[in-house]
Write a protein of this length. Structure first.
Length: 450
């Protein structure tokens, strides 16, 4: 008997589906969750024990070490043979090196004591971004269904991760990318791992719409974050934070805001852990939008028309979303930011993101590209790498701290979602001495050696 099922997130609907039924929405068009019939029969100590993995790649994995919390395959989690039969892993590499780090220069920059600020670099994942957390679980579900090909739309990191995991599993992979709006390093990864790349004229929203249309016609397996099984793996980002903090919850979790898959998965993770009794306090979520891709910020804070969009226990004012999207289309408003990873105008997980914000009493802030550049640079000066979109995290924390929304003594954990894959972004920043943290190269004229 399966220990899990799929359920519509709308409280007035709650349609259920079998775990082997692949679909992106219920029959009424609402998003789905992966749900579990019972509380996991485990204790938190087991995860610490598994860190001494003894060459068991599923204990070594920063995702599958927590498999009791994401056991939709209904396996014996202590059986290596069952893990090997069902679970997809890149030799235990996903999440293995990702944990919170203290960064004193960032702490000083944002105005928080260095012992109260932690940043977790998800760029240490094998493909270089947080996407590997979710791709491990999405591909596990695909494998359960005997899928032969996966598809996705991507600004770069999803395509890199999907292609990597699909290649390792011997599964075909097709990726839709916005032409000219994807970092060259990310595009190179998709090609390197053998994905069929389809370039779409337009932005990510256009690529996603085209991919979903083609997928519905061919019944293809979609691995974007609209897939609830992918979000199950992204919960492991929060598990690793809590494990590092001895399962004491911080005051804040801070994420970049793009498609809102991370916001959604974090919210679901916290809801489950609180319901199951593994945590006693719920941290607040802060989602940081780029100014040029700030749909959530405008709708959530009532900037568009004075009405604050809320989950409202599932009674979301969908007409407000539809009205704003029509306004964008009518006025040809396109997302525009140098941080292409979060250059998304119509977040695919908007409803789940609203649910997460309601449960955590969350906030949404926005930062400029310049602020993200400085945030990226100060992380680098601490000896860590992050892409421009992740620069939104220190920039957003700084802004929320200045507004005293984040208090001086709050414990804050920010998620740096990916590493830098476009070196020109870093080089151009440091070549300009006007930038706050620029380390501009020195130049010498030719010297004659005697």
């Amino acid at each position: 008997m399966s220990s899990a099922y799929q359920e519509c997130i709308d409280p007035k609907c709650r349609l259920r589906y079998d775990i082997r039924d692949f679909r992106l929405t219920c029959s009424k068009g609402h998003p789905l969750d992966v749900k579990y019939f019972t509380r996991p029969n485990t204790e938190l100590e087991v995860f610490s024990v598994r860190r001494n993995h003894g060459s068991n790649i599923y204990n070594e994995s920063g995702v599958w070490r927590f498999r009791d919390f994401i056991n939709f395959c209904s396996i014996d989690t202590e059986s290596y043979e069952e893990c090997a039969r069902y679970l997809v892993s890149l030799d235990g590499a996903e999440g293995r090196l990702s944990k919170p780090f203290k960064m004193s220069k960032v702490a000083e920059y944002v105005g928080i004591h260095k012992d109260n600020l932690f940043l977790q670099p998800e760029g240490y994942n094998p493909s270089g971004s947080f996407k590997d957390n979710g791709m491990a679980t999405a591909l596990t579900h695909a494998k359960l269904l005997n899928v032969k090909k996966i598809v996705c739309a991507s600004t770069g990191n999803t395509s890199a991760s999907a292609a990597m995991y699909a290649s390792n599993e011997g599964i075909g992979c097709e990726v839709y990318v916005p032409r000219g709006e994807i970092a060259i390093g990310k595009l190179g990864q998709a090609l390197q791992f053998g994905a069929q790349v389809i370039e779409v004229d337009g932005n990510f929203d256009d690529a996603l719409a085209m991919m979903l249309n083609e997928a519905s016609r061919s019944n293809a397996y979609v691995v974007n974050s609209v897939n609830p099984f992918r979000l199950e793996g992204q919960k492991a980002i929060v598990y690793r934070v809590l494990e590092y903090l001895d399962w004491e919850t911080p005051d804040w979790l801070v994420y970049p805001g793009g498609a809102l898959g991370n916001t959604s998965s974090a919210g679901k993770c916290l809801m489950e852990l609180y319901e199951w009794g593994f945590i006693k306090k719920v941290p607040r979520l802060a989602v940081i939008n780029a100014e040029g891709a700030d749909t959530l910020y405008k709708l959530y804070n009532g900037i568009y028309n004075g009405i604050r969009l809320r989950w409202n226990n599932g009674s979301v004012d969908i007409s407000l979303i539809d009205e704003y999207y029509r306004y964008m289309d009518k006025n040809n408003i396109k997302p525009r930011t140098d941080a292409t990873a979060i250059q998304i105008g119509k977040p695919a997980n908007l409803l789940k993101g609203l649910r997460a914000l309601e449960f955590t009493d969350g906030v949404v802030e926005t930062v400029s590209d310049k602020e993200m550049y400085d945030g990226m640079a100060i992380v680098g000066l601490n000896g860590f790498d992050c892409e421009l979109a992740s620069g939104s995290v220190p920039a957003g924390i700084k802004k929320l701290r200045e507004q005293e929304i984040i208090k001086k003594d709050d414990v804050v954990v920010g998620i740096l979602t990916g590493r830098q894959k476009d070196p020109n972004i870093v080089i151009n920043y440091h070549l300009n001495p006007a930038n706050r943290f620029a380390v501009t190269p020195k130049r010498y004229s030719k010297v004659t050696v005697k």
